[in-house]
Write a protein that binds this ligand. Structure first.
Ligand code: UDP
Ligand code: MG
Length: 162
């Protein structure tokens, strides 16, 4: 049996991951979900949404001074986005590793962007870059009742019992 503190540790960390309109249109939803799922992270929220431009501007508010901000927000609101929350030990930092560098020309092969994208403006996926942004982004995209806490039987095998 997992001890309480181990279950707690596995559930502590959550990150916000979004498949952007290019990833959805290219039929990469299952491929992307699969990479997080096979790693051993746990899906605790998911929905498909069409964000407004105003909502996209909120999501990317940290980048509002950047020259690409307007085009980026137009793009995020140009089609359906798959919004998700993934949970697990180290999921924020390791989620970014699974995703790869922002510019797919620099993403390593084996990463989502490295394997599946070519240019920075169409890099198919978003992931929170730290604990504070994860908290803010989860709160922006989801209500607390949309976040589902549950125990997966696989956790015993993913985290062990020592
Ligand atoms: N972006 C862009 N041009 C740039 C840098 C970023 O179009 O020169 C886009 C790209 O889609 C990126 C998003 O803006 O994913 C957010 O930028 P950030 O630096 O936060 O990268 P990320 O956290 O997504 O890796
Ligand atoms: Mg970012």
């Amino acid at each position: 049996m997992l001890q309480d503190h181990q279950l707690h540790a596995a559930e502590l960390e959550r990150t916000f991951i979004a498949i952007k309109p290019d990833g959805v249109q290219r039929g990469l939803i299952a491929e992307i979900i699969s990479r997080f799922e096979r790693k051993g992270f746990k899906l605790v929220a998911i929905k498909i949404v069409l964000p407004s431009k105003e909502f996209a501007e909120k999501h990317y508010h940290d980048l509002k001074e950047r020259p690409f901000f307007n085009g980026l927000c137009d793009f995020l609101s140009s089609g359906p986005v798959v919004a998700m929350v993934w949970e697990g030990e180290g999921v924020i930092k390791y989620g970014r590793k699974l995703i790869g560098a922002t510019d797919p020309q620099k993403s390593e092969p084996g990463t989502i962007r490295g394997d599946l994208a070519v240019v920075v403006g169409r890099n198919i996926i978003h992931g929170s870059d730290g604990p504070e942004t994860a908290k803010d982004e989860i709160a922006l995209w989801f209500t607390s009742s949309e976040l589902v806490s549950y125990t997966s039987n696989a956790e015993l095998w993913i985290y062990g019992v020592n």
